[in-house]
Ligand binder design. Structure first.
Ligand code: HIF
Length: 291
């Protein structure tokens, strides 16, 4: 009747269940037998990290908020070579869920990939907004794999991480591989590159690593099989005393690694997002697709 409001179900703010649907959709597109080791998981983890790892705590610039890697020149930064593959597969998800921001989509994809590949739960929450090309940070904020421990500390301290957190994060190199046409380096770190394990630490400590003789950039290979690799920045974790302490701990205790990795990766994905943008005060734990 006149003057009486009609109640319409609006649904303006997506709920945890809505994000779980996006998670499930990402989980459903991870596998592809024609791609690398059979999964887009590793390259999605790398996208999530590179979109976050530009953060600078002093100027509070960079980080996952604006998804500026959509634009040139950031898309063309050397460190981001190959990530168009990851952004491309996520476009199909974006078409089904156009309301999600790119920053939320890319970081959620990293979370989904880690969880679905057998890793720990990664607490995550939405709130990132799409920015513009002008929000991008200059080239050089991501690590250079050919360098040593000083460089590694400069880069990760700038994001607000300590030595223990650097080592915890480094365990993600259990996943995926290097591609000559992307970084110039070649090969996987572990024998199970699409399963999240603490093998990175075990192999780093227990295998004998020798410099590979080839025309490519300096990298190490395991003496026994010659099929695994370590980057110079991975190798320093077993040389530097402060780093090595944590490498040993994570090699011995998988639960400790999973716990610390979960906290640290969650923190990485939140870098650069202003507190007032989060839609929930505490991050959510999303279910695996088969739960
Ligand atoms: Fe990586 N990383 N990363 N990385 N990275 C590569 C690939 C992956 C560094 C260099 C490289 C982290 C830290 C560092 C992943 C995840 C993480 C490659 C190869 C290089 C060169 C790219 C290619 O050729 O395709 C350096 C110097 C880092 C500082 C230590 C993080 C901790 C380990 C933060 C992290 O999460 C993943 C996953 C891949 C595999 C991508 C793939 O396509 O398989």
């Amino acid at each position: 009747s006149a003057g009486q409001a009609v109640k319409v179900k609006t649904n303006l703010v997506p709920t945890k269940e809505d994000y779980q649907k996006v998670y499930n959709e990402i989980a459903s597109i991870l596998e592809d037998n024609d791609y690398d080791d059979g999964s887009y998981g590793p390259v999605l983890v790398r996208l999530a990290w590179h979109s976050s790892g530009t953060y600078d705590k002093d100027t509070k610039t960079g980080g996952s908020n604006y998804a500026t890697m959509r634009f040139e020149p950031e898309a063309l930064h050397g460190a981001n070579a190959g990530l168009q593959v990851a952004r491309g597969v996520l476009e199909k998800v974006k078409e089904k869920f156009p309301w999600i921001s790119y920053g939320d989509l890319w970081t959620l994809a990293g979370v989904c990939a880690i969880q679905e590949m057998g890793g720990p739960k990664i607490p995550w929450r939405p709130g990132r907004i799409d920015g513009f090309a002008k929000d991008a940070t200059p080239d050089g904020r991501l690590p250079d794999a050919s360098q040593g421990s000083d460089h590694l500390r400069n880069i990760f301290y700038r994001m607000g991480f300590n030595d223990q957190e650097i080592v915890a994060l480094a365990g993600a190199h259990a996943l995926g591989r290097c591609h000559p046409d992307r970084s110039g380096f070649e090969g996987p770190w572990t024998f199970s590159p699409i399963t999240f394990t603490n093998d990175f630490f075990n192999l780093l400590l227990n295998e004998k690593w020798v410099w590979r003789k080839w025309s490519g950039p300096k990298q190490l290979q395991d003496k026994k099989t010659g099929t695994l690799m370590m980057l110079p920045t991975d190798y320093v974790l077993a040389q530097d005393k402060s780093f090595k302490k944590y490498v040993k701990q994570y090699a011995e205790d998988q639960d400790l690694f999973f716990n610390d990795f979960s906290k640290t990766f969650s923190k990485l994905l939140e870098l650069g997002v202003p507190e007032n943008q989060w839609v929930t005060p505490e991050p959510w734990v999303l279910k695996n697709a088969d739960e």
